[in-house]
Design a protein around this ligand. Sequence first.
Ligand SMILES: *Cc1c(COP(=O)(O)O)cnc(C)c1O
Length: 366
Amino acid sequence: MKPVSMIDLPLEYATRKMEYDEAIQAVLQVGDFIKGKAVTELEHQLSQFLNIKHSISCANGTDALEIALRALNIGEGDEVIVPAFSYVAALEVVSLVGAKPVLVDVDEHYFQIDVTKIKSLINPRTKAIIAVHLFGQAAYMDELLEIAKAHQLYVIEDNAQSFGGMYQNLYLGTFGHISCTSFFPTKNLACYGDGGAIFTQDDALAQKIMMMANHGQSAKYHHEMVGRNSRLDTLQAAILQVKLRHLKPSLAVKAGLAGLYQQQLLGVKEISLPRVAPHSQHSWNQFTIRVHQNRDELKKFLAQHGVQSMIYYSKVLSQQPAYASLEKDFPVAQQLTKEVLSLPIHDQLKEEDTQQVTKLIKEFYG
Ligand SMILES: *Cc1c(COP(=O)(O)O)cnc(C)c1O
């Protein structure tokens, strides 16, 4: 049996080698490595794809989030609400700008921030909610936007895992005051290194974000504000242009694979299958099951038979040493850290690969 990995980037490259090589060569021949033509083109194409007014590329998804907070003047003395079960970035940037992160538990069905637990945490210092669209599907946007409106809070979408996912037929990343994404190699829309982007409908915010990500410059060598260097390389932008052309088919392949997993694993009573949230289109960055019995042994068994799987996430964020001072009582998040297991899903995976994975899972519980 051939090994099944979480993602196969060399195979993805090989499949579209001509397109990638051509895009890379075009940059090498011109040499516009910083702020080159491909960057401008990509930003335009991202805006068209999402149907949003402004797309500003930057160096990575974490920078995108930090710049978003700074653009909204969030810092010392402010509080920002973030999910307790997630990747560390959204939490980290709140601390980095000097604000206080306030963690909230997630819901057990969709693993998204629990909107019923937010209101009691809001006080006059609360400035924003970071809506992380975890694993490829939408956070509860209607409820989040309603809470934000009632309490005059900003909503920042963290769309790093869900680029191409939808909510009520609109792309995620178009609901918040600002939204942020990452082009890390394992994301839905990914480059061959680090990359990120920031999106907004607001002209003034866009202008500010653009300056902040490029040394506070409003014109070359004219520094309007204190900024930083957070730019997307032209080479990565050229690669992303190729990826963006293939994004819709790639998401369709993953949706097909998710359907196969759902069918093949139906009735395995030791696990719960991922649910698709109402009114949303999952983008399947992860296919994450809940394993109610012997999760770690199952993971080991799969690995012994050549099937990779991953635990996203094995700790609630406040269980991390760096965030030990934060609130700890998140029963759902805690339970999920003991149960979640993400199975391989990517656009190079074949039906027989899913069969191999699910056959092993059934054999394990046989
Ligand atoms: C990957 C990721 C990020 C950060 O992206 P980088 O480009 O690695 O900085 C932020 N939030 C979430 C939810 C992510 O999955």
